[in-house]
Every structure is written in C-alpha cells, then in structure tokens.
Design a protein around this ligand. Structure first.
Ligand code: ZN
Length: 265
C-alpha cells in the first residue's frame, strides 16, 4: 500500500464552529513529511504530540500558534488515504465547520488523491489493548485491516447503538456534529460554539426531538458522527492502523489517551 497526497491545491473557507471566526485553509500537495499545518510561518504536524486541547474538539498547537477542531478534516484525509499535505492556515485559527460534517471536504478531495511512490507505514495491533475512564472505554483488537466501531446512546433516541466503518467513507462523512439543547448555554458560557448554528450542527432535545427542521440525515447520524470524530483523532497517530478499534461511549479526551497508548506499542 502506498502513501498519497493530492494532485493540486484546494481551498476551504467558512465559519469556525467554536471561534465563530471566518477561517480559510489552503491544502497543498506534499510528497514527504506527513500532514502539517502552517500558521504564520510555524509548522504544526498533524500529530498527537501537538494536541493542546481535547475538550469539545481536538486542537493542535505549538508555541504561540494553534489550530482548533481538526478532527473532521483529519478523518476525511485518513479515510481517503491522504497522508502527506501542507495545510496553510490563511485566516482564522480553526478548521471551517462547513455543514458540521466531513462531507464537503470529502466531495472536493476524493477525486484529487495522488498516489506517491512510497510505502505506507502502519501500526499493527498484535495483542488486545484496552483503555478506559470512568464512563467509557476503547479497545484495539488484532486484525490485518483497519476498521472502527462506535457504540453510543442518544437520549430519547438510541441506546447502545453500534456504528461501523469498514472502508466505506460515504457512510460516515455526511454525519454532522451535534449537541443537546441543555448544553448550548454552557458551551457559549465557556466561550465555545460561537459559530454554531442549526446550519452546521444538530441540536437534540432530551426526548429525542430534533430542533433542525430538516431532521436527522439518518437515524443514527450522531453515533456515526462520534465514529467520524474517533477516526479523525486516531489519524493523529501519524500512521495507518491495522487493527479493529471499538469505542464504547468515548470522546476526544479518551481518543487522545488511546492514541498515546498505541504510539507506545
Ligand atoms: Zn465532531
């Protein structure tokens, strides 16, 4: 299996979900050195070593510069097999929220994948590995192929529902970010979700009601989104994974702990 980049430069722009700022990125082909963001002349590798925050989003930083909410774009890059890229941050300091999912990244990038003459690097899961916190756990199981699963619940809608990824990016990329109505005020008070609206996020009520007039894109859209987040966070390992990864109610913080454990194998 070979590494890949993109054929030509591509731009994405829009409001950042948490900062509310207008953000603009330009992705450039690269034939080595993995995926790196460049912000005001400073390179930040898309690697777990540069994670500076995992509360409500996965953010990278180095010195005085940083880039927020990298997980949806990173998930799309991982699923497309793109592992070398320079992502120039032209405006703002967050990956644009787009429609709250990875769909627009996927749509623009899928036809631009360019194979490189370089073998892809993998971490092979040889023995089961489990990491947990008080409410969640993530396990890695041996397999010759990458697959990921997320088991989660949506209040009033789904209980311990399992979403699976076995190579079909289309089944995940459309799933939008979400929150519950009772979380909105707390997020805003924490200075987050400043760019959040019903145009780029699903807002759910406790009884399973959906505030967005168009409803959900599929019944388990929020669970699929959690799986998208997981894959984006796993990509920060900086290598492909040969193994079956299963998250039970995990979030960005546990994903990050898990990636650090994988890196130590
Ligand atoms: Zn997300």
């Amino acid at each position: 299996m070979y590494q890949a980049t993109i054929r030509r430069s591509v731009e994405f722009e829009g409001i950042g979900l948490h900062t509310g700022q207008f953000c603009r990125l330009r992705l450039h082909p690269e034939d080595n050195k993995g995926i790196r963001f460049i912000i005001r002349g400073e390179y930040i590798p898309a690697n777990y070593r540069y994670v500076v925050n995992t509360k409500n989003s996965t953010d990278l930083g180095k010195g005085s510069v940083g880039i927020k909410t990298v997980e949806h774009l990173m998930a799309v890059l991982y699923m497309l097999g793109i592992d070398n890229l320079v992502i120039e941050v032209l405006e703002g300091c967050e990956v644009p929220a787009m429609d709250g999912s990875g769909y627009l990244f996927y749509k623009r990038l899928k036809g631009l994948v360019q194979k490189l003459d370089k073998e892809k690097e993998f971490i092979q899961i040889k023995d089961p590995l489990v990491i947990r916190n008080c409410t969640a756990k993530i396990e890695a199981l041996p397999s010759d192929h990458f697959s990921a699963e997320y088991v989660g619940s949506i209040e009033g809608l789904l209980k311990d529902h399992r979403a699976k990824y076995k190579g079909n990016a289309k089944g995940l990329v459309f799933a939008r970010t979400f929150c519950y109505d009772y979380q909105v005020e707390a997020l805003r008070k924490a200075g987050l979700a400043k760019g959040g609206s019903l145009k780029n996020a699903v807002v759910l009520g406790k009884n399973g009601n959906v505030y967005n007039t168009e409803g959900l894109r599929c019944k388990d859209e929020p669970i699929r989104h959690k799986l998208l987040d997981l894959i984006g966070d796993l990509s920060l390992l900086g290598k492909g994974i040969k193994g079956r990864i299963v998250s039970y109610h995990g979030g960005h913080s546990l994903n990050y702990e898990f990636v650090k454990s994988l890196a130590g194998l």
